[in-house]
Ligand binder design. Structure first.
Ligand code: GRF
Length: 203
């Protein structure tokens, strides 16, 4: 069973989607640690309800992001984590954190990358741009923000009646399918990265 560490800053619906698949015995791995930079994150409560170890890794109150992430990386290592999943994590990982986990960090982003990358409100950006289609992307994390090899994407139409909330909700429903499926493919050794391209076997 792949040992998974999840980093999440918000309500944690993507974490919950992972845990539901785990409980159904279809994740191919086990979430062993959930860390957040926000002590009040819903994701931490969800983890506790599932009996999963949690940790607050904050770089507030004068602590540097680099120091906080060195500690976080060491904690993940000490729990024998093999895959780090960013499930709504709003801190940018330092180069040194990313280099400690080569090919072992994946992120879910609420747009079809490379469109609307690099920010924290990709859904609003898509609406303001007048895009007709957006969606979500699961990708490997590299030192360049939102630019790593793409594992999977799902397209979501932008409706004329959409506001940020309705569009985000429809994208989120796709994220809840895409992220667990990508984690499962990783756990089963079905992802092979060659250059920028991820080859995926047996879907
Ligand atoms: C998701 O839309 C994710 O793509 C983005 O932040 C949101 C997190 O939602 N990075 P949740 O906390 O998993 O509910």
């Amino acid at each position: 069973m792949l040992r998974i560490g999840v980093l999440a800053s918000g309500r944690g619906s993507n974490l919950l989607a992972l845990l539901r698949r785990q409980v159904a015995g279809a994740l191919g791995g086990e979430v062993v640690l959930v860390a957040s930079n926000r002590p009040c994150a819903g994701a931490l409560s969800i983890a506790r309800e599932h009996g999963i170890e949690t940790c607050v890794s904050s770089d507030a109150y004068g602590r540097s992001r680099a120091d906080a992430q060195v500690e976080l990386s060491e904690l993940l290592r000490s729990r024998d984590v093999e895959l780090v999943v960013l499930a709504g994590y709003d801190r940018i990982l330092t180069g040194s954190f990313v280099r400690c986990w080569p090919g072992r960090i994946i992120n879910v982003h609420p747009s079809l990358l490379p469109a609307f990358g690099g920010g924290l409100h990709a859904q609003r950006d898509a609406l303001e741009y007048g895009a007709k289609v957006t969606g979500c992307t699961v990708h490997f994390v590299t030192e360049e923000l939102d630019s790593g090899p793409i594992v999977s994407q799902a397209a979501v139409p932008v409706l004329e009646s959409d506001d940020e909330r309705s569009l985000s909700e429809r994208i989120l429903r796709e994220e809840h399918q895409l992220l667990p499926a990508a984690v499962c493919a990783f756990a089963e050794g079905r992802l092979e990265v060659r250059g920028r391209t991820v080859y995926r076997k047996g879907d």
